[in-house]
Structure formats: C-alpha cells, structure tokens
Design a protein around this ligand. Structure first.
Ligand SMILES: Cc1cc2nc3c(=O)[nH]c(=O)nc-3n(C[C@H](O)[C@H](O)[C@H](O)COP(=O)(O)O)c2cc1C
Length: 161
C-alpha cells in the first residue's frame, strides 16, 4: 500500500498529490490542522521547526509499504502541521519514503531535507524527491515532473521482475 500524506493550505499541493495518487495507485490522507494559524505565525512557526495540533490521522505505518509526504514550502521549511505529522509517525523502520515539496519559488530542497531527516531518524529509507512550482501547477504544467517522480516510486513499490 502506497500512502500519500499531504497538507495543503491553498490547494496546490493537493492538486499535485492527487495526480501522483492516480499515477502510482496510492491512497491519499490529508493533514488537517485543528485550527489554522494567522499569517504572521504561519511565517514564523516554520523557522523554528514548531509543531501545531492536527486532527487524528493514520500515523501507524504497519500496513504501509511506501510513504510519500507532500508539503508546501513555508519560510523555506515546512508547515507546523507537517512537523506534527512527522513527529507522530510510528512502526516505520526500514520502510521506503519519498518527498514532494510544492513552492512559490525557492526553498524546495531545504524543505525536502527537513522531511528527509525527520523520517530517516525513524529508521525510514529515503528513495526520491521532487519539487513543483506554484505557477506551473496553476498552469497545469507539472505533468512531466510528477511522471518522473511516480516512476521512482513505482520502481521501489512494485519492482519490475
Ligand atoms: C506562510 C507561508 C510561507 C511561504 N514561504 C515560502 C518560501 O519560503 N518559499 C517559497 O517558494 N514559497 C513559499 N510560500 C508559497 C507556497 O509554498 C506556495 O504558495 C504553495 O503553492 C502553497 O501550496 P498549497 O496551495 O498546497 O498551500 C509560502 C506560503 C506561505 C503561506
């Protein structure tokens, strides 16, 4: 089972995650904040790696074969709700994961590294990452990026014999 966990404030990450789910046959799970913080705190909280409460969701990966985390880039980092999800992940040791970062224009690789370090600390195995840009998502021009990303996931989740 490929689980695609994502947070999306304005719908861009959701759009990309949905297309990815169709391509790899993944199950989508949305990170839902208990309450959205205001714009000032949105900018500040990621800088300090802060966490913020989310609604209960699947964090036990016992029956998951592959995890994808898709996140918007906030202040070159990730939203506090994504930090909260990552902190809760359990029974994940040895499992492969990939990271997708959706951004306005810069900081995508930095956000990928944050997710990567957090999941590697849980014993998970990094496979691949992709970065999409808001303007390209708006214009529907992210297809090739996701196509390539999906191939790296399918290659591990269902290796060709
Ligand atoms: C609080 C906040 C901080 C942001 N910081 C960055 C940033 O550092 N770099 C960047 O490229 N985009 C940044 N953005 C833009 C988002 O990454 C971009 O709009 C993305 O498409 C949002 O995805 P969503 O529609 O799934 O929420 C920021 C947006 C918000 C709300």
């Amino acid at each position: 089972m490929i689980l695609i966990v994502y947070y999306s404030g304005e719908g861009h990450t959701e759009k990309v995650a949905t297309v990815l789910a169709e391509k790899v046959g993944g199950r989508l799970a949305r990170i839902e904040p208990v309450s959205e913080v205001g714009m000032f705190r949105k900018g500040m909280m990621p800088m300090f790696g802060t966490r913020a409460e989310i609604r209960p969701m699947k964090t036990d990966l016992s029956d998951v074969d592959f995890l994808v985390v898709a996140t918007p880039v906030w202040s070159r980092k990730v939203p506090p709700y994504v930090n909260e999800y990552l902190a809760g992940v359990k029974n994940a040791a040895g499992k492969p994961f990939s990271v997708l970062a959706e951004m306005g224009g810069s900081g995508g690789e930095n956000a990928v590294e944050i997710v990567r370090k957090s999941l590697e600390a849980k014993g998970m195995r990094f496979v691949s990452s992709a970065v999409t840009v808001e303007s390209e998502v708006d214009a529907g021009r992210f297809g090739p990026t996701i196509e390539e990303f999906a191939r790296t996931i399918a290659g591990v989740a269902a290796p060709a014999s």
